[in-house]
Design a protein around this ligand. Structure first.
Ligand SMILES: Nc1ncnc2c1ncn2[C@@H]1O[C@H](COP(=O)(O)OP(=O)(O)O)[C@@H](O)[C@H]1O
Ligand SMILES: [Mg+2]
Length: 236
């Protein structure tokens, strides 16, 4: 796929397939085109050329909401949340938003199935104790967890995470990723995450893709890619 912004090649000649249940990390310097790539995969930006398919189906030109309905979820570098609402409300909303009938005012927000899903996610991400608190008052690490839990609430096929551990203390990073990866593995959800911490990459990714100047420079097993002298020189 290819996309430029006024002469800047943000993403070019990237060709990448993610397997079911696979966890792929994207690394690369600032401005390499990582976020642009994720934004194209979720319909926030449209590639000028190329194809993007989810489970064989082309998604180029679809609106973000339509892509989400096909099973592509995303979490943001800066979580999209409502500070004055409670943690549990975010998950309730996320677990029904995008479902057919969501915009029907007669559809109950709290079906038993969605309530179970919310309870499971709260437990899985260790958010039970914060469930009744407003998001304004919870730590940054918990906010990140909530954002990821919200993305998982609809049981997507693929989740895209832009720097899930940014702004999280090194002590909290491993806990966040351990919970996230366990949740992904339990549900066989594929994931692509942008990450700057190479310890996190080495520990949690099945494969690593290296972005350099909008291009896919390397992709492979973390041990091989992170030890590659050219990768070290250009990225690390
Ligand atoms: N909306 C935009 N308008 C113009 N240029 C952009 C826009 N978004 C990103 N870019 C440019 O595209 C390139 C890739 O950016 P980005 O995908 O954000 O990189 P990364 O996430 O790897 O740091 C950069 O040169 C950036 O300045
Ligand atoms: Mg970015």
């Amino acid at each position: 796929m290819y996309l430029s912004f006024g002469g800047v090649h943000a993403v070019r000649d990237v060709s990448l397939t993610v397997a079911t249940g696979e966890i792929l990390a994207i690394i690369g310097q600032n401005g390499a085109g990582k976020s642009t790539f994720l934004n194209m995969c979720t319909g926030y930006l449209r590639p000028e050329r190329g194809a993007i398919r989810i489970a064989g189906r082309s998604i180029v030109g679809l609106k973000p909401r339509a892509i989400a309905r096909l099973g592509v979820a995303r979490a943001f570098q800066h979580p999209q949340i409502f500070p004055q609402r409670r943690v549990v409300d975010h998950l309730r909303f996320a677990s029904v938003a995008g479902r057919p009938g969501f915009w029907n005012p007669f559809q109950p927000l709290d079906s038993p199935r969605s309530a179970r899903n919310v309870a499971e996610l709260l437990a899985f991400f260790g958010l039970d104790e914060l469930a009744e608190q407003t998001v304004r008052g919870i730590p940054e690490g918990a906010r990140k967890l909530l954002d990821v839990a919200m993305a998982l609430a609809l049981v997507p096929k693929l989740i895209l995470l832009d720097e899930p551990t940014s702004g999280v203390s090194s002590a909290e990073k491993v806990g966040l990723m351990t919970r996230l990866v366990a949740a992904l593995r339990a549900r066989e959800v594929s994931a692509v995450f942008v990450e700057h911490d190479m310890d996190v990459v080495a520990r949690f990714a099945d494969r690593v893709a290296v972005w350099v100047d909008g291009e896919l420079f390397r992709v492979g097993a973390p041990e091989a890619v992170l030890a590659d002298p050219e990768v070290k020189e250009r990225v690390l």
